[in-house]
Design a binder for this molecule. Structure first.
Ligand SMILES: *[C@@H]1O[C@H](CO)[C@@H](O)[C@H](O)[C@H]1NC(C)=O
Ligand SMILES: *[C@@H]1O[C@H](CO)[C@@H](O)[C@H](O)[C@H]1NC(C)=O
Ligand SMILES: *[C@@H]1O[C@H](CO)[C@@H](O)[C@H](O)[C@H]1NC(C)=O
Length: 252
């Protein structure tokens, strides 16, 4: 109720100050530069208000656009006040621009931009088993808005020793990757932690329990079969040609 009055009050102030215009109201706070901050899976409702509320022109309707594309509205939702509801908020809504204008004069317009924030998807733990001498690769999903300010990797509680373990860490806006070319029990087994720092959501982390398994010796089966066939054929041919000679010898 209090909110309603406050909105009405601001509305009246606005109407008094503005002759011809539209403006956008939202249940969520709008910054002075027209940005609405919201979170994934939440709901944003926007109301466009025609400022000439007491004397709208004939046939004057409100039109909503999302990123320049017309949002379809019911007829009763086009007069004087028009509301759109965005629910649930998804990643693609980040940066989406909602514009409202008069059907009779597109220069009478107002718009807001959505800023959808989300934390990096890091939690829990994962068991990883790597064969000895194989490549060890651990991936951390750090995609977030606002972007994470730092990412760090630890092994058994202390910072990963890049040199000793032959580790490489690469980080872009989406993923942080820790890898080692040749996994060895002595250097690479243990509990890893990927920790990302979000300016808005704080620390988020994920654990990886890495165990090394003995090397299984893989026989290159197909090359081996062809190899055997070649060996057998050569042997048969060799015996065959020798047989001729042996036979020749005997008949001499
Ligand atoms: C549209 O609105 C603007 C701003 O109020 C006004 O200056 C302009 O004359 C209007 N155009 C028409 C075609 O009514
Ligand atoms: C969105 O909101 C976050 C958190 O307040 C802020 O850090 C970021 O700069 C905002 N982004 C835009 C484009 O306004
Ligand atoms: C990490 O700790 C585990 C368990 O205590 C141990 O088996 C492993 O060798 C340690 N890893 C390293 C690289 O020190």
């Amino acid at each position: 109720m209090k909110l309603m009055f406050s909105i009405l009050f601001h509305l009246l102030l606005y109407c008094a100050a503005q002759a011809a215009g539209v403006h956008i109201l939202s249940g969520t706070d709008v910054t002075t530069d027209g940005v609405i901050e919201t979170e994934l899976d939440s709901t944003v409702s926007l109301v466009c208000q025609n400022d000439s509320i007491y004397n709208p022109q004939d046939g004057e309707e409100l039109v909503w656009l999302r990123n320049g594309e017309v949002v379809s509205l019911k007829d009763e939702n086009k007069k004087v006040r028009s509301s759109v509801c965005v629910t649930p908020i998804i990643h693609e809504d980040n940066g989406a621009i909602f514009t409202c204008h008069l059907s009779t004069n597109t220069t009478v317009t107002a718009s807001v931009t959505l800023n959808v924030t989300y934390p990096p998807q890091l939690s829990g733990s994962e068991d990883v088993s790597v064969e000895e001498e194989a490549e060890l690769v651990l991936l951390c999903d750090i995609w977030a808005n606002p972007p994470v300010s730092s990412v760090s990797w630890t092994l058994n509680g202390s910072e990963v020793d890049l040199l000793a373990g032959g580790f490489t860490v690469t980080t872009d806006g989406f993923t942080s990757t820790l890898s080692a070319n040749k996994a060895e029990k002595e250097f690479h087994e243990g509990t890893y932690q990927c920790l990302a720092n979000s300016p808005k959501y704080g620390e988020k982390k994920k654990l990886f329990h890495v165990t090394l398994t003995g090397k299984t010796i893989k026989f290159p089966l197909y090359p081996m079969i062809t190899g055997l066939v070649v060996v057998c054929l050569t042997a048969i041919l060799a015996i065959a040609s020798r047989w001729k000679r042996i036979v020749k010898c005997c008949t001499k």
